[in-house]
Design a protein around this ligand. Structure first.
Ligand SMILES: Cc1ncc(COP(=O)(O)O)c(C=O)c1O
Length: 355
């Protein structure tokens, strides 16, 4: 029997899967995690509690304790909270509920690749507006596009990955107030800067605002996969329809609650990491290398021959992020800030590599 080709959706054919190399290196400074493991007491507590979990039973479908813990921590009603396996899954739920055929999302490139990947997976049209040369958003052009295209979803990344800066609140406010649909602000890295730059305070007054956060960066729990969003309760109801039953495992729920219990200790290192970020920026400046200002735990910088520099840095044990094939970032590399030793190793290696 001759088989016909696999019936894969035609719109998926031109799409590439998400890749970010995971390879062994002494200094892993490429994926913006925190090199510090979570506090020992948190890990011990979790290890104790896992022994008591009925692993043969489905977990609490509504993750009641985890929702209550996060809602309390952020002082926002639990009816306006949604939790998922990393903020990537939050985006997946958002686009299953608000995206789809005949629907449009607007975002501002260069930005986090997953923000355009997920709407495409959900068969949503993606309009990629280009940031200016300094990587800021052209508000007038954005508002014009929003008026013309009436997108169901606008995505803002603040601080923006990989360029580093927070979006000024007046820019985000203009986008929110002039969008017919929802505006999703991804604040994965906000803990590394002054929290007055957060859109959190706009939540009370703007019903179409969605604030997305993650436990993968400042919370030091990338391996656990927890992300959450805050929005108006009516918006949350839509997400409950698209999630898989029991989407948060018993272990995820338990670790999340423990993390909130140890929030203070866990988040204590964000300032030290921000200082390493500034030390990296300073070191790059002294070496005559252009870098972009950052509110996050990483720095984007420019070199003449990024492929060679990336390979040579790796030969020195330093793994950074490269952007091969991305025209807007053709001269750029991105390095994650973490331990003082890592900063030293990176700057020493870079000085050797670029001469
Ligand atoms: C802007 C941004 N949002 C979200 C994520 C991923 O979050 P999570 O691990 O919660 O899925 C990243 C990871 O690099 C990111 O850069």
């Amino acid at each position: 029997m001759t088989r016909s080709p696999l019936p894969v959706r035609p719109d998926l054919e031109s799409m590439a899967p998400y890749v970010s190399p995971q390879m062994p290196a002494r200094y892993r400074m490429n994926t913006n995690e925190t090199p510090y493991p979570p506090p020992e007491r948190l890990v011990e507590e979790v290890a104790e509690q896992i022994k008591k979990v009925a692993l043969n039973r489905y977990p609490d479908r509504d993750a009641t304790d985890l929702f209550a813990a996060i809602a309390g921590h952020v002082s926002w009603p639990k009816e306006g909270l949604w939790v998922a396996n990393g903020s990537n899954e939050i985006f997946m739920h958002l686009f299953l509920a608000f995206g789809g055929p005949e629907r449009t999302t607007v975002l501002f490139e260069p930005t986090y690749a997953v923000h355009s990947l997920i709407p495409r997976i959900a068969n949503t049209k993606v309009l990629q507006l280009q940031r200016g040369r300094d990587f800021t958003i052209d508000v007038d052009a954005a508002l014009e596009t929003i008026e013309r295209e009436s997108p169901e979803v606008v995505i803002v990344c603040s601080p923006n990955n990989p360029t580093g800066m927070c979006e000024p609140l007046d820019v985000t406010t203009a986008l929110i107030e002039n969008s017919p649909g929802i505006v999703v602000v991804d604040e994965a890295y906000i803990e590394f800067t002054d929290e007055s730059k957060s859109v959190r305070r706009l939540l009370d007054t703007h019903e179409n605002l969605v604030l997305v956060k993650t436990f993968s960066k400042a919370w030091r729990l990338a391996g656990v996969r927890i992300g959450y969003m805050l929005a108006s309760p009516s918006l949350i109801e839509a997400l409950a329809r698209v999630r898989l039953p029991y989407h948060l495992s018993a272990i995820t729920q338990l670790v999340g609650v423990a993390a909130i219990r140890h929030a203070h200790e866990t988040l204590d290192l964000t300032r030290a990491i921000a200082l390493e970020r500034d030390r990296i920026a300073d070191g790059l400046d002294r070496a005559g290398i252009v870098s972009y200002p950052s509110d996050a735990n990483f720095v984007l910088f420019e070199v003449d021959d990024p492929e060679r520099v990336w390979t040579d840095l790796l030969a020195h044990g330093v793994l950074v992020r490269n952007y091969q094939g991305n025209e807007r970032l053709a001269r750029c590399l991105r390095v994650t800030a973490g331990l003082p030793d890592e900063t030293d190793a990176f700057l020493d290696a870079l000085r050797e590599v670029v001469g």
